[in-house]
Design a protein around this ligand. Structure first.
Ligand code: HEC
Ligand code: HEC
Length: 471
């Protein structure tokens, strides 16, 4: 494996950004020889090849390319640029270890430290992984390929074929960070959190509800997301540890596969130690998933002296009856807090909550390989090495525009309570800090009412739908 061993997905993303290296792996010719004007056509042919429609176009391999996980080359390059040490070998070794332990997109497996431990073995079921993995059309398999891969990528790196056009980008699960959950900041989401998002989609994003998924399908996909996150986080932890513990320039390695059965005891012991360290990382990540249900935040009931509607419709209804007076007062209090110095929501969301305050920030996924290594995300020239290894071009993390009324983590009052009190992990949206006598827990409900008051009716906002065509 070399640092430029991209699969078809990443190549098509690269094509869109004009950094194609063109290793011609799909058997459709060397892309680097093509000019820009034919790249789109080539990408289309690549897709057709991958679907196995080979009779129409000569020159494609008839064997479909195996599904493959990609190593986290951006992460390796980030460290290479930051620390000035070569990370190619380390990346290769980490990827080898992760593959040994977690298998491949067609043959997923779980490390023995997981399967031999009753608790850890309950995190995901191998049966579900088999069902969610595999190819489209494979009997009883292929759920992830069918429903998720175009956005989240085979590896769960958020880099599917459609990703480059979205903001936010589809989640890269490998960081192990999730935004819309019922647990405390810093904790993993629960299975129910993930299942809800998969079942219902993420309102306001391009991820939509998928009709016809059974509950069993959703459970299998939840397992698969956790699996991809687990293996991806392990790869990162191996790199993190290595970068600070090993001397790459002296030839230190994360693990040397050749020593697995080495006759030399010292070499064998070195291998075993490295393997055990990886197992410890695996267990740490698994434990974090196990702990999620205990980290669920108990959202209190709103105070009884004013209403906190769960939707825009309920809000409008309450404004039309005897609840209006206290609701109006609550909205006013919310507005005052929203714009005030302490809660300071308007700093990002803008005076009128239209998402037009400070909105040139980035999410943590982007920051770690830009600002995290001292490069401005706007400075594309300095990012070329990272973009060439699959990083998606930095896009601003936009504060929500409340006029639209689309809440990614759920629109109910309790959902919004969670977002405001815990913040949105991985994004610039902070958790609130209360100040005695000035900004207290009950005030969150006023903020929610104010935010609700900002929603504009969809009919007024959008252009009218064209009349249905007669067929
Ligand atoms: C059309 C593109 C698209 C498809 C298809 C798609 N997603 Fe997503 N997904 C997204 C986007 C975009 C986000 C980020 C939304 C955000 O941050 O607001 C996301 C976020 C997520 C998250 C993170 C939620 C969180 O709390 O951080 C999970 C988990 C997820 N998707 C799982 C899936 C699964 C499983 C499938 C297949 C059943 C799927 N997605 C299909 C685009 C997609
Ligand atoms: C530093 C900037 C910043 C500040 C300050 C801030 N927000 Fe946000 N907020 C964001 C960003 C960015 C998002 C979008 C996050 C995402 O989905 O990735 C967001 C999203 C939200 C959402 C949408 C949740 C959802 O499910 O879609 C709500 C509600 C919200 N903020 C409320 C508030 C409130 C109330 C305050 C003040 C107490 C506040 N924000 C302060 C940046 C900020």
């Amino acid at each position: 494996m070399t640092l430029l061993n991209f699969d078809k997905t990443s190549r098509s993303t690269l094509l869109r950004h004009g950094h194609a290296s063109g290793d011609g792996q799909n058997g459709c010719g060397n892309l680097s020889r093509m000019t820009r004007s034919v790249q789109a056509a080539v990408a289309a042919i690549g897709t057709i090849c991958s679907l196995g429609v080979v009779t129409l176009i000569g020159g494609c391999n008839s064997e479909p390319k195996p599904l493959e996980f990609e190593p986290n080359l951006v992460y390796a390059m980030k460290y290479q640029m930051k620390e000035g040490v070569p990370t190619e070998q380390a990346s290769e070794d980490a990827f080898w270890l992760v593959t040994e332990m977690f298998g491949t997109p067609e043959n997923p497996k779980l490390p023995t430290v997981v399967t031999e431990d009753d608790d850890l073995a309950s995190v995901v079921s191998l049966e579900n992984l088999v069902k969610a993995s595999g190819r489209i059309g494979e009997e009883g398999r292929g759920l992830y390929q069918t429903h998720c891969v175009t956005c989240h990528g085979v590896t769960g790196n958020g880099r599917g074929e459609l990703s480059a056009t979205m903001n936010p980008y589809p989640r890269d699960y490998r960081k192990g960070v999730f935004k819309f959950k019922s647990t405390e900041r810093g904790e993993k989401p629960t299975r129910e959190d993930l299942a809800g998002l998969i079942k219902n989609g993420i309102n306001g994003s391009r991820m939509v509800a998928i009709p016809n998924l059974t509950d069993e399908d959703v459970e299998a996909l939840v397992d698969y997301v956790i699996y991809l996150s687990w293996r991806g986080e392990l790869e990162r932890m191996l790199m993190d540890d290595a970068i600070y513990e090993l001397d790459f320039e002296e030839g230190d390695r994360i693990i040397n596969p050749a020593n697995r059965n080495a006759a030399d005891e010292e070499l064998k012991e070195e291998f075993d130690d490295a393997w055990e360290l990886a197992e410890e990382f695996v267990m740490d990540i698994g434990d974090a998933w196990l702990e999620a249900p205990d980290a669920v935040v108990e959202v209190p009931d709103p105070p009884a002296d004013f209403v906190v509607p769960d939707s825009h419709e309920e809000y409008v209804a309450a404004m039309g009856d005897d609840r209006a007076e206290t609701l109006v007062a609550s909205v006013a209090r919310g507005r005052e807090l929203f714009k005030g110095k302490i809660a300071a929501c308007s700093k990002c969301h803008g005076e009128n909550g239209r998402g037009d305050g400070q909105n040139t920030d980035y999410d943590d996924w982007t920051k770690e390989w830009t600002l995290g290594i001292g490069i401005k995300p706007e400075n594309r020239d300095e990012l070329i090495k990272l973009l060439a290894r699959g990083a998606l071009p930095p896009v601003n993390a936009k504060p929500r525009n409340f006029a639209l009324g689309a809440f990614h983590g759920g629109a109910k009052a309790k959902d919004l309570y969670m977002r405001i009190t815990q913040g949105i992990e991985g994004s610039p949206m902070p958790a609130v800090t209360f100040v005695d006598g000035q900004f207290e827990e009950d005030d969150v409900w006023h903020l929610i009412n104010f935010i609700r008051s900002l929603q504009e009716d969809a009919e007024e906002e959008s252009t009218p739908e064209p009349a249905p065509q007669q067929t």
